[in-house]
Design a protein around this ligand. Sequence first.
Ligand code: AKG
Length: 322
Amino acid sequence: DFDSVVTVPDSHAWPISDGFESNDWLSIPTIDLKDPDAAKLIGHACETWGVFQVVNHDIPLNLLDEVESEARQLFSLPTTQKLKALRSPGGVTGYGLARISSFFNKFMWHEGFTIIGSPLDHARELWPNDYQKFCDIMVDGQKKMEELAITIMHNILEYLAVSEEEMKWLGSPGVASTALQLNSYPLCPDPNRAIGLAPHTDNSLFTILHQRISGLQIFKEGVGWGFVQPVTGALVVNVGDLLHILSNARFPSVVHRVVMKEAKQRFSVAFFYSPPADFNLDPLGLSFGQIPLYRSVTVAEYFGRKAKDLEKHLLRLEFSGE
Ligand code: AKG
């Protein structure tokens, strides 16, 4: 039964209209990737929080600055120009609204730009005479993010006692399914009435996020919503649906959202990391006698399922005229 696989995004149970009043910082762990105990620390953080921050991650801070500065330039283009790179209906790359398969029936205070593979075609539309710098920086950003994702994945497999033989694709950079998402949350005149991104979980194994200004909140059972405090130079890593399945639900796929906390435009850069589309994902690292909670699912099948939820969500938006 496919539905037994998709137990994670039970979005109707998520608290979405509790106001955005929570101002608490959550004490999620910050982990030094060069710590000899990194695997244990990462695994433990995934288990207890579903999210952590990493420092000493080898992504140059000036590269993160450059990615953000390019994002700033992109989103400050006139709307008519940005619409030239509009994501096609049913497409996944380019400029557009947040693609969130939750049941949130309002537009969000957000604009995004999604890159999978080369950004060249869209960049040419945006800056017909001057697209090369944007492309070079984004390609560099994707490459460095993927290297970091591979390191994090090795640590997670070690913690789960999963043989790397099970993940042969991990040894070949460039074969994973990845996407780089630039997010902009424009200055909001009435932040208490707007949400940046509605509550959602990510499809990915995990997502690596750079935020300079606060706004990201996660929902923790028994605690509620709280902010992930920006730490200079650190990157946020959150568990997604596929790692939840792979870990046989040991790791929660963390429900998160963005609220408009500060009176400034906010940018974030998210890198979604998943196995190749045809990879068959099973719960792994089970101890003797432990029952798998999920059936095998290919990455493509899982993404397809989430995309169908999204279509329903968009239809609802159209019908409600919002
Ligand atoms: C996403 O792109 O899916 C996010 O959740 C972005 C979160 C953020 O902007 O902090």
